[in-house]
Design a protein around this ligand. Structure first.
Ligand SMILES: Nc1ncnc2c1ncn2[C@@H]1O[C@H](COP(=O)(O)OP(=O)(O)O)[C@@H](O)[C@H]1O
Ligand SMILES: [Mg+2]
Length: 370
């Protein structure tokens, strides 16, 4: 493992009194050449964690090891780490080339070597030949690439990126997401990328670490996190979700969860984690719902949900549907409807019947509201 963080704790005195647990016993690791994303809402501790890795913030307790070396007494400039920030602050009066080699000069790298590395770094970020330009002669996306070139020019083992794309417009951001991933592949170094944007995290990461309130909520590959969220927080933060909280009845692995309004959801609990009479939340992703055929009576491996259609939006390949059950629970469904029933027969206020497979549901432990 390139980075090992063990029970990192960082508390700040809050100006209004008391303490903020910015990092509340965070343990994680980052592998060689791995692209890890820290994902979580604003204020969950992402920047504090990056600053602790880069050495700009001391931990109250816990440890950080990089490349087998304990970092406790290692100052920031001696760590094999570089950071790309959201506001990347290039020197406006220096050329692109000088912005990039600035850091190398300080380390005493000889001039011909500096020039070669600068040209290589610019090539890598798709700006070959731009070294004479001034930052103001570049677009926002190009400036961000220069900041990236500057951060990789001295070949750190680890690159930290703190919401580096959030200032860019949507189209550019999406293009840069794929490019960053390619650059990381090509460099073969580890990236720790910070974002509050779940789509960004899903697109780029080998592994996602979901944080909230200074704690790691879940780690896993993008598909693991999406398919098997460990909590209601993670289920809601990543992707769209329909959640049904209720009382559990089980018969072998077959589980029924009945909401307080009497809506019954069917699932399988092969882990055997739920007890009869206990409480649980059923997660159904919008794409797990389908329109039932008129003669479908449910049963077997699938079940039905009756609702009233509220809104239908055609998004090209699919319809995004919002409906409401009789007791007022909102249902979001993404439906592939080649026969265009949703466009032609089913209008606002019409009854609609969804079907889902029992094994498409996910069971989450009941939570008291946090
Ligand atoms: N220097 C500081 N002094 C006091 N509180 C801070 C300081 N830095 C961060 N915090 C608080 O610590 C928490 C985590 O902040 P931060 O790591 O910046 O979150 P994120 O990057 O996920 O938005 C927040 O509640 C923030 O207000
Ligand atoms: Mg931050």
């Amino acid at each position: 493992m390139l980075v090992v963080i063990s029970e990192a704790v960082k508390r700040f005195a809050a100006p209004e009194g008391g303490f903020i647990n910015a990092l509340d016993s965070v343990s994680l690791d980052v592998g060689d050449s791995e692209f890890v994303t820290l994902l979580g809402p604003s204020g969950c501790g992402k920047t504090t964690l990056l600053r602790a890795i880069s050495g700009f913030e001391d931990l109250d307790s816990g440890s950080i090891t990089i490349d087998g070396q304990a970092m406790e007494h290692v100052p920031p400039h001696k760590r094999p780490v570089n950071t790309v920030f959201q506001n990347y602050a290039l020197f406006p009066h220096l050329s692109v080339g000088d912005n990039i080699t600035y850091g190398l000069e300080v380390t005493g790298c000889p001039k011909p070597e500096r020039k070669k590395r600068m040209a290589d770094a610019l090539e890598l970020v798709g700006l070959g030949g731009f070294e004479r330009r001034k930052p103001r002669q570049l677009s926002g996306g190009q400036q961000q690439r220069v900041a990236l070139a500057r951060a990789i020019v001295n070949r750190p083992k680890l690159l930290l990126l703190d919401e580096p794309l959030s200032a860019l417009d949507r189209k550019l951001r999406q293009a840069m997401q794929l490019e960053l991933k390619n650059i990381q592949d090509e460099l073969g170094i580890s990236f720790v990328f910070v974002t509050h944007d779940q789509e960004e995290a899903l697109t780029m990461s080998d592994r996602i670490i979901v944080m909230d309130h200074g704690r790691v909520q879940q780690m896993g590959t993008p598909t693991e996190i999406y398919d098997a969220p460990a909590s209601i927080f993670v289920a809601q933060f990543i992707g769209e979700s329909n959640l049904f909280e209720g009382k559990v009845s089980r018969d072998g692995n077959a589980v029924m969860v009945e909401t307080e309004h009497g809506l019954r959801l069917f699932a399988t609990d092969s882990a055997g984690a739920l007890t009869n009479g206990g409480r649980a939340t059923v997660l159904l992703r919008p794409e797990d719902l389908d329109l039932a055929k008129d003669d479908d009576t449910g049963g077997g491996d699938h079940a039905l949900i009756d609702a009233t259609l509220m809104q239908t939006v055609f998004v090209g390949s699919d319809f995004q549907v919002v409906a409401e059950t009789a007791d007022g629970q909102e249902i979001k469904a993404t439906i592939r409807d080649p026969s265009r029933r949703l466009a032609t027969h089913l209008t606002h206020g019409a009854p609609v019947r969804f079907r889902y497979r029992h094994d498409a549901t996910r069971l989450l432990p009941a939570e008291t509201a946090s």
